[in-house]
Design a protein around this ligand. Structure first.
Ligand SMILES: Nc1ncnc2c1ncn2[C@@H]1O[C@H](COP(=O)(O)OP(=O)(O)OP(=O)(O)O)[C@@H](O)[C@H]1O
Ligand SMILES: [Mg+2]
Length: 177
């Protein structure tokens, strides 16, 4: 575990190569911003992040940080709870879904999800475990847990070769051992 507590950007990360699992502990919003920026650097066309975690854990906040890292105007990003999917333009298009209000995965498909999942952008799916069977087999599963008022644990699990490479890159960028 390496700990970078320079300034306000508190972020500690560890990489389990055997499991293809990266754990990042953000001690503050600045830590989450730094994590999102590092993650954005490695995103590739067609990549999918399945975001899981309780209400208010920080799913939308992570997407905001990723969007900023991709160069999307930050004010464009908001919780898509009511519109269900939003698109932001950055280095790659970013499709931001929130499936909380969907009845079932058929409704997800009716949103045109399949097309967007196969498009040249990156998809972030809040409550993604609710539509897991629609998501591609090679993706990054992200579990977010609150560890304090301003601190969060992000657990990233690769489920295939491409997503694993993304996490290896992220681990290197964060100096995770
Ligand atoms: N280090 C941190 N990282 C992320 N969010 C944090 C952090 N510290 C505090 N927060 C706060 O936690 C809240 C996270 O809210 P957010 O809307 O991102 O949650 P969510 O998981 O998307 O919830 P929902 O399930 O309702 O969509 C925000 O109010 C944010 O300011
Ligand atoms: Mg949200």
């Amino acid at each position: 575990m390496t700990i970078d507590q320079s300034g306000e950007q508190q972020l500690a990360a560890s990489w389990n190569a055997a499991a293809g699992c990266l754990t990042a502990e953000a001690g503050s919003l600045a830590g989450t911003d730094r994590l999102g920026a590092a993650l954005a650097d490695g995103l590739y066309p067609g990549c999918v992040l399945m975001l899981c975690g309780n209400l208010g854990s920080g799913k939308t906040r992570l997407v905001e940080a990723i969007a900023a890292g991709l160069g999307c105007p930050r004010e464009a990003v908001s919780s898509p709870t009511f519109v269900l999917v939003q698109e932001y333009e950055g280095r790659l298009p970013l499709y931001h879904f929130d499936t909380w209000r969907l009845r079932d995965s058929d409704e997800f498909l009716e949103l045109g999800a399949e097309e967007l999942l196969e498009a040249e952008g990156c998809c972030c799916v809040e409550w993604g475990d609710r539509v897991e069977e629609i998501l591609p087999p090679d993706r990054v599963n992200v579990q977010i847990d609150s560890t304090g008022a301003d601190s969060r644990r992000f657990t990233f699990q690769a489920t295939g070769a491409r997503s694993r490479k993304l996490l290896e890159q992220l681990a290197a960028a964060l100096g995770a051992g």
